[in-house]
Ligand binder design. Sequence first.
Ligand code: ADP
Length: 257
Amino acid sequence: PARPVYSGELPKGLQTISNIIAVSSCKGGVGKSTVAVNLAYTLAGMGARVGIFDADVYGPSLPTMVSPENRLLEMNPEKRTIIPTEYMSVKLVSFGFAGQGRAIMRGPMVSGVINQLLTTTEWGELDYLVIDMPPGTGDIQLTLCQVVPLTAAVIVTTPQKLAFIDVAKGVRMFSKLKVPCVAVVENMCHFDAEGKRYYPFGKGSGAQVVQQFGIPHLFDLPIRPTLSASGDSGMPEVVADPVGDVSKTFQELGVCV
Ligand code: ADP
């Protein structure tokens, strides 16, 4: 795909990364972090060198979803760089590992802090950096997309009709920035009980998005208690159950990013 538009030179800290994948959603709570983390560990399981940048300043999920031994980022005082922490060979940076509580900041400040944290980290050679984007399509997201040369975006949504309008906004933002949206993940689309399949939020608007915007891939993720439990336990589901259905879905997603 064509390289996206971004302002200025490629930040030094990002020059050793081959692919930067944004995992984005237009609302909180739809499963964006769950997808970002499981995608990252799937890519790592396929043999890639992977990092996760949790750009969600207001509600960082990474410290809950993975459990690295070292829960604080270290500084290299000479180079004035940040050294990521690590869990199962995946490099991790999150505000939740910065030693402070949740941030109370205004938008422009948030953008500055996100960009600084992202670009002063010593990522080293990576095949993929997965960015867990802050939810929404406002200034913070836009600035981040302009600083970082994104290779592709994955949009996470839920099946409600209402979500369609938001997803469309997300797709438009990325398309304006010339970042290809390679997949939509429709999360919490159904659950199975007593041999029957239920669609609590209706049958998805995902298909409509894919058709209308020409996005090449649509993935369904069911509601699964184990997915939620793994998020709380610090071990991603694809690590806990590498041959399960969820792992298979993420392997397909991994191939298309
Ligand atoms: P977001 O990043 O969009 O705010 P999260 O990934 O943090 O959303 O997910 C919100 C909550 O929903 C978490 O507790 C997570 O474990 C749970 N969750 C996400 N997807 C599923 C799913 N398919 N089945 C069950 N629980 C899920």
